[in-house]
Write a protein that binds this ligand. Structure first.
Ligand SMILES: [Zn+2]
Ligand SMILES: [Zn+2]
Length: 445
């Protein structure tokens, strides 16, 4: 997750207890398997916590997760899986072939830490330091990816323990650099997809992933059908004018005044031209550079910003309108605007059919009143790259201590970020149950 998302706390509770009846009836054999998985998750909790503390104490930045990857690979190998390492730099993929035929299900965890210096008083707090884009930094699992690794390792141990009864194959994807790669390097989900994680070897037909949330109470699952997290694209606008003495503007073309008009124009794209009831969208200008002296009108100005959208059509329209607005305003002032849009992360799009199909599983695992339909988030998440290729479901799991209020606790990416470890058990159960129930539903077709 690349942004904090406090607005999740305003989500509406949705009681869909009857949803349990929608799923195909579970046979006695499958019910046994599920019950076994849950008992194993309870038993495994101390181990999952131990793993998480180890990763928490030894965080590594994106594309540098060598120690982390070694530990993951050793665990998967010990479970008897076929293991690939060095995928997209430091990624690890484990393949678990079940004893019975069935679909290939992918489960994904991101494994990178952040350039943040930990301030939490914990016996296993991080003291790690590294270099990030040439700068000395502290390193911390300040987004909770340590819990993601531990939860997926737990799910791997449980599912490997029932290999012979498993109706299909599970692909465990441990992905580096979700938070972005160092400058000049490729990485993350985009590179994993490019290197063929969804095409080579067993091809997954579906993918599940989850994110712990420091401002959601332990025991709660939050989900949003369709756009759950936004696309994030960078834009750069170079406004070219004609340099002249500040006392004689009529003799040149002032790119500063034109830039001011462009910034105002860009804000009307969302407020006046976008159908907001359909989905939220954001255009932010985050930097302006131009000029060196009070009485010189400069040659050019550079504007940079970010575009966020929650569906692909809107994303496309925003790109078109941004280009049109900037170029036409510049033209009207006698300047030229060169617009560059650099796509970064697509919309994290929860396939609506898959979401509906798996909802009863979530309700069975967490309890119907603990599965909450949440508002979409305008932060981005690179899980989106998998969902561009195959249907996927991305969920949020609570990591805030019971009794706390979201506004009292630290958001993601901050030095005081804290996760209540008791929340991980639900994550482990969710990953295993989604896998087992998805396989089961395919067997019934
Ligand atoms: Zn993050
Ligand atoms: Zn994250």
């Amino acid at each position: 997750m690349k942004q904090s998302y406090t607005f999740l706390q305003q989500a509406l509770p949705l009681c869909l207890g009857l949803g349990l009846l929608i799923l195909a009836p579970v046979t006695a054999q499958d019910a046994k398997l599920l019950a076994r998985a849950h008992t194993m998750a309870d038993k495994l909790e101390p181990k999952v916590i131990e793993w998480r503390r180890d990763f928490h104490q030894h965080p590594e930045l994106g594309n540098r997760e060598t120690r982390t990857a070694k530990k993951i690979a050793a665990h998967l190998k010990a479970l008897g899986m076929e293991v690939q390492t060095g995928v997209a730099h430091t990624g690890v993929v484990g393949i678990l072939k079940g004893g019975k035929p069935g679909p290939v299900v992918a489960l994904r965890a991101d494994i990178d830490g952040l350039p943040v210096t930990e301030r939490v008083d914990l016996p296993f707090a991080s003291k790690a330091k590294s270099t990030y884009n040439g700068q000395k930094v502290g390193v911390m699992h300040a987004c909770g990816h340590d819990t993601h690794i531990a939860m997926l390792m737990g799910a791997a141990e449980i599912l490997a323990g029932m290999q012979k009864d498993l109706k299909g194959t599970v692909k465990f994807i441990f992905q580096p650099a979700e938070e972005g790669s160092p400058i000049g390097e490729e990485g993350g989900a985009a590179l994993m997809v490019k290197e063929g994680v969804l095409d080579k070897g067993p091809k997954p037909e579906v993918i599940f992933g989850l994110h712990i949330n420091s401002q959601t109470e332990v025991g709660t699952i939050k989900y949003t059908p369709e756009g759950t997290m936004a696309s994030a694209d960078i834009f750069r606008i170079k406004v070219k004018g004609k340099q002249v003495h500040g006392a004689y503007p009529w003799s040149g073309v002032d790119p500063i005044v034109v830039s001011a008009q462009i910034i105002n124009g860009l804000q009307t794209i969302i407020s006046r031209q976008t159908e907001l009831p359909e989905a939220a969208a954001v255009i932010t200008v985050g930097s302006i550079h131009g000029g060196v002296r009070n009485n010189i009108i400069p040659e050019e100005v550079l504007l940079e910003g970010t575009i966020r959208a929650l569906n692909v059509d809107m994303q496309k329209k925003l790109h078109e309108k941004l280009t049109l607005t900037a170029t036409k305003i510049a033209e009207s002032g006698g300047a030229v605007a060169e617009v560059q849009i650099i796509p970064q992360t697509p919309v994290t799009y929860n396939d609506p059919k898959l979401t509906e199909k798996m909802l009863p599983t979530l309700q069975a695992v967490a309890g119907p009143d603990k599965v909450v339909l949440a508002k979409a988030v305008t932060g981005a998440e690179d899980f989106a790259f998998y969902q561009e290729k195959i249907p996927g479901l991305f969920l949020f799991v609570g990591g805030m201590a019971k009794g706390k209020k979201p506004e009292e606790v630290a958001p993601h990416h901050t030095p005081d970020f804290f996760i209540d470890e008791s929340g991980m058990k639900l994550g482990v159960k969710t990953l295993t149950s989604l896998t087992l129930n998805y396989m089961e539903s395919k067997g019934k077709k």
